[in-house]
Design a protein around this ligand. Sequence first.
Ligand code: SF4
Length: 596
Amino acid sequence: MASDLVQIANDSEIKKRLEAERIRLRKIAGLDPPHHFHRPVERAFTAEERSRVTILFGGFTWKHEDLIRAVFEGCGYRCEKLPVPDVPAFQIGKEFGNNGQCNPTYFTVGNLVQYLQVLEKQGLSRQEILDNYVFFTAGSCGPCRFGMYEAEYRFALKNAGFDGFRVLLFKDSDGIKAESGEPGLKFTVDFGFGMLNALHLGDVINDLIYQIRPFEVTKGDTDRVFHETVEGLCEDLKNRKSFEIEKCAPNWAKPKFKSNKILRYTFNAFGKWYEHMWGQDYLNALRTAREKLNSIEVDRTRVKPVVKITGEFWAQLTEGDGNFHMFEFLEREGAQVLVEPICTWAAYLMYQAKANAIAKWPVNRPHAHPKWHEAKKHFANYIGLRKKLWAIGAGERTFNFFYNRTIRHLGEIAHPLVPQTELAELAHPFYNQFARGGEGHLEVGKNVYYTIHKRCHMVLALKPFGCMPSSQSDGVQSAVINKFKDMIFLPIETSGEGEVNAHSRVQMALGEAKVKARAEFDQCLKSTGKSLEQIRRYIDEHLELKRPFYHVPHREGIAGTAAQFILHVSDRINRDRRFSKGTRVTGVAIPAASGD
Ligand code: SF4
């Protein structure tokens, strides 16, 4: 004992013992030798494999997915979409994934594993699956769990026995430029513009379906016609001839294009752009689609509350168990659903890139503290930022232009993208626009936007269980509701279970929205001084009013489709002498129609 004390009192012995203990504890904690995580090196997806390997993808609506698949196939890839994630997929995700993930992670990761398991049951060996399939998905650097998706896919695939299955990534921070590093999947001009068209078409068609179906006269017409139409558009995207300057140029110029790579590339890039956007093939396909869709008969005098869907990216998009089949449920309950386009998210990324460039410029500018007489440096500081903003601004304008063009060619009733500046300004008093993750300030901004512009009767936010950014928004929304007293806002947490509870909460809020929609309609009808029968009689005699693409000018301050419609029909009756004869027009003020 005494000798022990002597030894411990000795400084060098204390250090020795401390070191020994440190080594022991580090070993127990698995820290010795230090083991840093490295992204696993994956087998490349090579160009030679293109004819044999199938690219899997999923996570959107069936319209987006069919169109995206057509573009993949048109560019020479084998491609298959995954089924809509369901509860068994969610359970598989939980079984093989990490604990504490958000709900969409479990659904999407489990969905991929489930699909591979089905392939295995159909007789493919694991090696065949690893060799003949790859998965293509979006990735991010965070800050929410979106940044962990890639790792989650790999982890769950490994746990499920598919170690080595290839996951190709498209990052939101890098955009379409992001080469996956795999020469098997190349982002060519044709591929890029094809995907842009597919995205815009998918969004506009999705919007149209939810605008038309609640008012269809013959049940099932909308789904049938839209399926046929999407098939036709897919054929066009898939079989479109690619523009090649070497083929189109006059004979005397062909050798020049053959020998000069830069010249060939430049002409091809512009030619392909033109062909994708204004080519007769594409415009004819849109014309055929519009005529087909316009054949659906609608009755827009049905009074329905308009429910705007917001929330987390995936939860507000999926049409299955991932959000309790919410859109189907709402329509069954008599509502008209206002869906959110994916393009809002793309527009948000561009807007944020601009805002971040401005905010960070004092740090990033090339000359930190130029003296007052150093004009060159001041100019460099000025032009450096402007160049960035002009480039992103040009991207934004082009993106919006083509989105609006798709709307114009497909009946002109789909909603344009909401201005990002306004969303940021409306949200900013409640939610800092630089707080990143998930939908950022969009959830709050949209809630305020749709309420103050009276574009809906109720806002339903679909928030996945375990979603960090949505929880932040939720906290803020109570302050928002306090400020906008007539707002009907309902956040619903989506998870793999609890569907009945969620539906019953929506039903209660929807009851209020129905009352609001009915009161608005009654007031509008009263303001026309006509009876509903009179209006319906007029509609029966003017069949163009039963077509979905008949344009009803928007009146500010009125959310309901039926209310907007009867006001417009009433205006037409008033203008039409034959009908206005004998019709009493009251002096009740109604908002004027824009562009009527
Ligand atoms: S936004 Fe929410 S639900 Fe979506 S990935 Fe991030 S944490 Fe998950």
